[in-house]
Design a protein around this ligand. Structure first.
Ligand SMILES: N[C@@H](CCC(=O)N[C@@H](CS)C(=O)NCC(=O)O)C(=O)O
Length: 168
């Protein structure tokens, strides 16, 4: 059965993650692949976008074992050696926020961003800010940025209040 946007009725069977002993998939053969680590939040947000747009049949997941990464991944797929990366139309694209926009603009399925320009701008600001937010919160777990985390939460609350005031 073909997947449809937001269809949760067909559970996805995740392919086992490829490791240093695994052969690469047949690269650049026309198949669109999302290279991912299943536990990576950056990769997960692209994966969520793929599923939200109902692209489960169009974009194949390729799990990569980051703790025992195959050498071919950096050599032949994505030289930065990170996930996520998308193989599409003979090229590799990285960076999760760019990938979310890329999937939204280049594939079918419901649009992720609102049509209204003001809402769209705010949505883009929120999405761009998530990296600063999570980056700062994660460094605070290491104990070196407690003040900055406070600022991040304040800014998130501010953005939230803008959403409520303007659009509710
Ligand atoms: N800015 C990148 C960050 C991606 C990232 O850091 N991915 C991690 C996994 S969560 C990774 O691949 N780490 C492997 C490494 O740094 O060698 C994005 O948003 O896509």
């Amino acid at each position: 059965m073909a997947a449809t946007a937001l269809d949760k009725s067909v559970p996805e069977i995740l392919p086992p993650a490829l490791d240093a002993s695994s052969e690469p998939p047949p690269l650049f053969d026309g198949v669109t692949r999302l290279y991912t680590y299943y536990g990576c939040p950056f990769a997960q947000r692209v994966w969520i976008t793929r599923n939200f747009k109902g692209l489960q049949d169009k974009i194949k997941l390729v799990g990569i074992d980051l703790s025992n990464r195959p050498a071919w991944y950096a050599e032949k797929v994505y030289p930065t050696n990170k996930v996520p990366a998308l193989e599409h139309n003979g090229k590799i694209i990285g960076e999760s926020l760019d990938l979310i926009k890329y999937l939204d603009s280049n594939f079918e399925g419901p649009s992720l961003l609102p049509d209204d320009p003001a809402k769209k701008q705010l949505a883009e600001e929120l999405s761009a800010y998530t990296d600063t937010f999570t980056g700062t919160v994660f460094s605070a777990f290491k104990g070196d940025a407690v003040k900055e985390v406070g600022m991040c939460f304040h800014y998130m609350i501010f953005l939230d209040s803008v959403v409520i005031d303007k659009f509710d």
